[in-house]
Design a protein around this ligand. Structure first.
Ligand code: PMT
Length: 398
């Protein structure tokens, strides 16, 4: 995702510097080129040796190192984005006033790229009027602020001032600076997770879908530039990408209504939700009491959302279904592809180990209506989502 992207990280003196070590690792793993510049105080909190090893670049912490002058101007021009994390109260105040008494500040003042700040400090310092004043100035100056979180602080107190977590910061950088424009201006909708069909106020018919596959597809579509609506059944999954519109639903009927509304104007629809095929004819308003030894629930078929979208589909819309199968997998998947008038179908076989419900990995086969077949080997659901979205882009509008 970040291959070839140049990220310059400034570290100041704060306990939260330990999180930046993890962040550097995450960014390098995602393919970014990372350089680190530190204030003198930051060296008390994070080791330059660790940071240079992880970033694979010399860490700069002095304006003059040995007999060489650090070229802070070129460093500021080298980067696609500069991130200062953690940003201490002291450096925040200096930046707001244009001071330049260390190399990090010199780089900041020379930077021609966007600058992102992730402050970290104790609650009282965070809420002090001078900090608020300085922060307003920094945002006015064009810096991008990643808000602090609430939680346990280095002082032992609980409150505002925690630096955002490394994953959150990484996703902020990707979302704001590194989305591609492959699907720019295109709307996409994704269904994810299970549906719950109420039996009474405490019981329901559901399934094991965690929503992981659907969330990964929604995020990948978003990172490729699409405007994404994610319609999700009950799940504990979350996304840090603030630009994804989430529509939480509970039952298949709710999902049907949300999907039919979102399909209008969408270029892409991906139906990865595990929708309950049946619901109780009547959902009791009160908890059903335990009485007889046997109990039958009369069920009625739910509306088939994928089938409905297949009927509504207009030229230029790409509709991708899923097929979760336990036997005659290919045959069943192909017959769903045809019966539901989809453009493609992703076969998930429950016979594949480490694939399907709940786990972080998956292996699938994608079938296109033209007869093309693409096998995706076992890998993380994020990577499977990348392959699925590449498949969609290849077949979109052709
Ligand atoms: O959520 P995870 O834990 O990550 O697991 C992912 C997954 C296994 C749920 C996912 O990869 C998957 O296979 N989803 C499809 C599950 C399913 O219900 O398949 P199906 O063969 O029963 O349905 C076929 C297609 O019709 C699906 O696109 C389904 O969303 C759709 N459908 C089904 C019934 C219905 N009433 N309306 C529908 O739109």
């Amino acid at each position: 995702m970040l291959k070839g992207k140049k990220i310059l990280i400034g570290i100041t003196g704060s306990i939260a510097a330990y999180k930046t070590i993890t962040l550097v690792r995450l960014l390098i793993k995602a393919g970014a080129e990372v350089k680190v510049v530190m204030t003198p105080a930051a060296r008390e909190f994070a080791s330059p040796v660790v940071l240079s090893t992880l970033s694979k670049n010399t860490v700069i912490h002095d304006l003059v190192e040995g007999d060489a002058w650090s070229n802070h101007v070129m460093l500021g021009r080298w980067a696609d984005v500069m991130l200062i994390a953690p940003l201490s109260c002291n450096t925040l105040a200096k930046m707001a006033n244009g001071l330049c008494d260390n190399v990090l500040l010199a780089v900041y003042l020379s930077a021609t790229c966007p600058v992102v700040i992730a402050p970290a400090m104790d609650e009282d310092m965070w809420h002090h009027p001078s900090t608020k004043r300085n922060l307003v100035q920094l945002v006015k100056d064009g810096n991008h602020l990643i808000e602090v979180g609430k939680g346990e602080l280095a002082s032992g107190l609980f409150g505002d001032g925690r630096m955002a977590e490394p994953e959150e910061i990484g996703q902020y950088l990707i979302e704001n600076f590194f989305r591609t424009d492959e699907l720019k201006g295109q709307k996409a909708m994704v269904t994810a997770g299970p549906t719950y069909e109420a039996i009474d106020p405490v019981r329901f018919i559901g399934n094991h879908s965690s929503g992981k596959m659907g969330f990964a597809i929604a995020e990948e579509l978003y990172l490729r530039g699409a405007d994404v609506t994610l319609i999700t059944g009950p799940t504990s999954q979350q996304t840090n990408y603030k630009g994804i519109t989430i529509k939480p639903v509970v039952s298949a009927d709710d999902m049907y209504n949300a999907a039919v509304a979102a399909f209008d104007g969408a270029a892409i629809a991906v139906m990865s939700a595990a929708v309950a095929d049946y619901k109780p004819v009547l959902a009791s308003q009160e908890k059903i009491k335990k009485k007889q030894d046997e109990w039958s629930i009369e069920l009625v078929k739910n509306k088939d959302i994928l089938h409905q979208l297949g009927q509504q589909k207009k030229k230029g819309q790409f509709l991708l279904g899923f097929a979760l199968e336990t036997n005659n997998e290919k045959e069943n998947a192909l017959s769903k592809l045809k019966a539901k008038n989809a453009d493609g179908i992703v076969l998930n076989s429950l016979n594949d180990k480490d694939a399907g419900f709940g786990v972080d990995t998956n292996t699938v086969t994608i079938f296109h209506q033209s007869g093309e077949e693409m096998k995706v080997a076992l890998k993380s659901k994020k990577e499977v989502a990348t392959d699925i979205v590449s498949f969609i882009i290849k077949h979109l509008h052709v």
